[in-house]
Every structure is written in C-alpha cells, then in structure tokens.
Unconditional design. Structure first.
Length: 367
C-alpha cells in the first residue's frame, strides 16, 4: 500500500492549509476571500486548523514601543543561520522582531528565498515578525517588495532635495497604505557604508527638526529615520574620539511630532569582544568603534521605536567562523562552523533585546 508522507498542501500568502471540514468554519474559499489581509493583518488572527499566523506590519509594535519606552530591534538578514540565530533569541526572550532585507541581501540570497525563510521563522516561533525592506531607493523596488509579501518598506530618497524626497515618498506611501503596508522614510544623511548606501562624512547631514513636521504630514509616513550622529558600518568613530549623539535633535523632533515613531540607522555597537576575536584569529579590523549601548538605551526611552542592527551580526558570525576554523583545521562541514556562527548571533541578539532595546517579554502586547 502506498503511503504519501508528503500530502499536498495549499500554500498561499504564507499559509499552509490542509483540507478542512465545513464544520471547522474554514474553507479554501474563505481563505481566498481573505487573501489580501492574510499577510498584512495587524490583528494577527489565528485560524484554528489552518494555523494562519501572518507576518505583521510595524504599526502596533511602534505604538506599544513608544508608550512603553522601548525600541524594536530591526535585524538585517542575509542567510538561514542569521535568521535562525535572531529568531531563537526572540523565542528565548519572547520579543517582537523586525527582520529586514537590504539591497545587498536581495542580490546575495534572492528575495524569494529570504521571504520564505522569514515565513518559516514566523511559523516556527509564533512571534510577531515584520518583514521589512531596508533602504529601498526607488518606487519600483518598494512596489516589488510589497507585491511579494513584505509588510513594511523603507523608501530612502534622502539623497534628493527636500521637495523631491517628499514627492517620491508620497508615491510609495499611497501604494503601500492601500495594501496595509507601513512605510519608513529618511530625512538627513548618515555617513558610512552599508551595501549600496555610501555617504562620505563630508556629505553627512543632521536632520533639521524644522523640516520633520512638514515632511511627516505631507507624506503620510508611519516612521522616520533621522540623522543624529550614528553612521553605517563598523568604523563609526576614530580612536580617541568621544562618541556623541545629538539627543537635542531627537528631543526637539519628539516635541514637533509627539507620539511619532523615530528610527535610528547605523546603530550597531561593534562589540569589542568580537573585534578582539576576529583580530586574534587572523582578521584585520583595527580601530573598529561603534555606538555606546547606553546611548542607544537612552534613545529607546525617548522617541526612538526602531533601532537597526547589522554590523554586530556580521561580526558575530565572522568571529565564530574564524575562531572555529583555526581551532578545528580538520573540519570541513559547514554545519560545524556555521552552527557556531548561529549560536553567536543568538547570544548577541538576546543581549540587545534585554539590555539595549528593552523589548524582551513584549511580544504578546505587540500582536
């Protein structure tokens, strides 16, 4: 007798649906009728039997973060081990998560693979998770991500003059909001390098608080990334230079836009333990310095509701792999050293959730 160990399941919009009985109150037609809101349902309704646990947008998360004086971690993802490390940390600390994909990640891993890895993470964890586009540079890219299941996008038109930034951002907002997708924009310019985003320190520009109200109201955005002294990459400050963030700008922005979610980019702290391990085991990262974590924690108690973290994850992976390969030169199975990388990512993310972001234990209120 043939036994089918892999029964066909109907998969649409992140939903794995077995056959239903009418008595369940759920039918394939009822799911088809609701397909527009499956991905982007901010209420996160679970349909028993079909186990629909959709990805969410960032609206509820930011609302609760602002009220509670904490921030949501937005972690850049590029591969399976990084995603698993982040999500394992989220499960251990019962924390909401934003998993974000940059243009470099899209080119490296293919957005289809990344989307389904994130869907698997949501199914495995049951956590409220946002799938976010980081630094989308045009309407077409944002539209493509929205059409392919992203629940939040960033349109970064900060390289243009103020009026053009508003024009491009408004177009993205109109398309996204019709599909219940949240939109982040940027005002000001951060120095540093992240994938295709490259801004020389001479061209960096602090956000002007006088512009934020006009920008937010004219565009209809859901959150705003501002420049207060953070920068992309692992070399944010020079040796001997005292790290400084412009909390006066952040405070003034909070006054101009009370209750409005602010985002910090370039906010990795560049843990010195990772710098030391990388250099000790054959790497070369001299003078890598990040944002002090106490400054990030202070920002999270103010108007900042989302803090981006990327370099710290890359360094966690690199430190683990370098150490493993030196200590175990006979190993050639990627699972051995990538397993160490995954564990290192989980360790640093748990630390961030508890001690920096303050969002540990907040998953339930963000659903």
């Amino acid at each position: 007798m043939f036994v089918n160990f892999f029964p066909r399941k109907r998969q649409r919009f992140g939903v794995c649906c077995p056959k239903f009985k009418k008595s369940d109150g759920i039918t394939p037609q009822s799911i088809a009728d609701n397909k527009k809101k499956v991905y982007n349902n901010t209420e996160n309704k679970i349909i028993h039997g079909g186990r629909i646990m959709p990805l969410v947008n960032s609206k509820k998360m930011f609302e609760m973060a602002y009220k509670g004086g904490y921030a949501i971690g937005a972690f850049n993802v590029n591969n399976m081990e990084t995603i698993q490390g982040i999500v394992n940390a989220g499960k251990a600390q019962n924390a909401p998560l934003i998993l974000q994909v940059s243009s470099g990640a899209r080119k490296y891993a293919n957005p289809i693979y990344l989307k389904h890895l994130v869907l698997a993470a949501e199914e495995d964890s049951g956590l409220p998770i946002v799938l976010h586009l980081d630094h989308g540079d045009c309407f077409d890219l944002c539209k493509s991500c929205i059409d392919n299941g992203f629940t939040s996008v960033m349109i970064d038109a900060s390289k243009y003059e103020f009026a053009k930034n508003i024009e491009i951002t408004k177009e993205v907002v109109a398309y996204a909001h019709d599909r219940n997708v949240t939109v982040e924009a940027e005002l000001g310019k951060l120095a540093g390098i992240e994938d295709d985003v490259k801004v020389h320190s001479d061209d960096a520009m602090f956000t002007d608080p006088d512009e934020v109200y006009e920008f937010a109201t004219k565009t209809g955005i859901d959150s705003l990334a501002i420049a207060i002294g953070t920068s992309h990459g692992a070399y944010k400050f020079k040796p001997g230079q005292k790290p400084q963030l412009r909390f006066d700008i952040l405070e003034e922005v909070g006054k101009r836009l009370p209750g409005f979610p602010i985002v910090l980019h370039g906010a990795s702290s560049v843990p010195q333990e990772f710098v030391k391990t990388i250099n000790e085991f054959g790497g070369k990262m001299p003078d890598a310095i990040g944002i002090p974590e106490e400054m990030l924690r202070k920002a999270a108690t103010m108007a900042v509701c989302k803090i981006n973290i990327d370099s710290d994850l890359r360094m966690a992976c690199t430190a683990a792999v370098r150490q493993h390969m030196v200590e175990h030169p006979d190993h050639f199975d990627p699972r051995q050293y990538l397993g160490d990388a995954r564990a290192n990512v989980q360790k640093i993310v748990e630390h961030k959730l508890v001690d920096v972001l303050g969002c540990a234990g907040k998953a339930d209120e963000c659903r």
